[in-house]
Design a protein around this ligand. Sequence first.
Ligand SMILES: Cc1cc2nc3c(=O)[nH]c(=O)nc-3n(C[C@H](O)[C@H](O)[C@H](O)COP(=O)(O)OP(=O)(O)OC[C@H]3O[C@@H](n4cnc5c(N)ncnc54)[C@H](O)[C@@H]3O)c2cc1C
Length: 398
Amino acid sequence: MDFTLSPAIEDYRRRIHGFVDEYVMPVELNPDAYDDGENIKDEYLEPLRTKARAAGLWALQMPKSRGGQGLPVVGMATCYEEMGRSIFGPLCFNCAAPDDGNMILLEKVGTEAQKARWLQPIVDGAVRSAFFMTEPMPGGGSDPSAMRTTATREGNKWVIRGHKWFATGAGVAAHLIVLAKTSDNARKGLTAFMFHKDQPGWRILRRIPIMGPEEHGGHCEVIFDGLEIPDDDRLMEVGDGLKVTQIRLGTARLTHCMRWLGMAKRALEICTPYIKERVSFNVKLADHEGVQWMLGEAAMDIAIGRLLTMHAAWKLDQGDFARKEVSMAKVAVADVLHKAVDTAIQLMGAKGYSGDTLLEWMYRYARCARLVDGASEVHKMVLARNLLAEGPDFWKWG
Ligand SMILES: Cc1cc2nc3c(=O)[nH]c(=O)nc-3n(C[C@H](O)[C@H](O)[C@H](O)COP(=O)(O)OP(=O)(O)OC[C@H]3O[C@@H](n4cnc5c(N)ncnc54)[C@H](O)[C@@H]3O)c2cc1C
């Protein structure tokens, strides 16, 4: 087994690391750079995006023919981790959620006409996107079969009626994907559609307040009360909605892990100078065995998360759906992120709890990791089902 990075991937990794250090991290230090959702203001983001494009570091996940870099998933894992070291990093390279997952989905399932209309402007950074799946009670959440939003066929168009919430980015997105029920068939009852924000028949009820910093456009609760979508804007076949979701979430869940690993590493980077300098009971904090155990355990957990993520990335590159591997990475890395940030806060004492470091931002953000793109318990349920069905083959290589 060879863990060496190819020279091309290593070159991207090194350049992204340098870019983040030189251009992005200084912006994190400027209080004026933060918007009301505690994310980077567009006036600070756009110059960084222009620079990233000029440096040939734009949209690593997209083919070169679309203006991206065409990296394999293993290359993405390496580079997203580097950009994830900065809380603003992934946005600068057009590799942040939810656009990242939406672009990967559209590239995989869109027709050429759909890609030209809906995907290319997201790749270009001209518009943002959002994905509407989750519904408030009693609609679909962890269990998509409970979905209530309907799409009814009327001639050559579909009419959408229903209620969704937690659509990340919907407050500023223009290219939108909605999942709706088109029949009562348990496996083939959902269908996915594209629509533009200016089409009538839907509205944002509110931007839901959350405990952590927000993606641009927040997390929105929306009503569909007669949105008309031409059949041309249907993604895949009627009844393929679950497939669309699985295709989107497969890679998108893993790119979350890649970015979170970068953030986990950064948390330890932030606390390291403190524990190397701070003296308590006549020795440096770093020389206390209790501190070493905390730090060593967090470092080891990050390494475990990286191996799970890389393995899933490698399987995706082999053309496998890697469902088990992605689920394992998602559960583990969500916990790793929390643990690394929590450890860094603890080791910095009161300063770690303050707004003087990024750790409190990261801590509030980290809490969503066990919920987004499937709650950890649901992933574990899927893993248990796989184990029960496969027996010892659950762990087979290759
Ligand atoms: C920050 C954030 C961003 C999001 N962005 C989007 C988005 O862009 N688009 C979108 O469509 N959705 C989005 N979501 C919604 C997210 O996908 C859902 O929250 C998630 O799928 C869980 O669904 P739910 O909230 O309805 O929880 P529920 O289904 O009500 O589940 C609640 C809890 O019950 C437990 N549970 C559920 N099922 C099982 C089971 N089978 N076994 C054991 N325990 C179980 C879990 O602990 C779970 O957390 C976002 C959520 C957050 C927090």
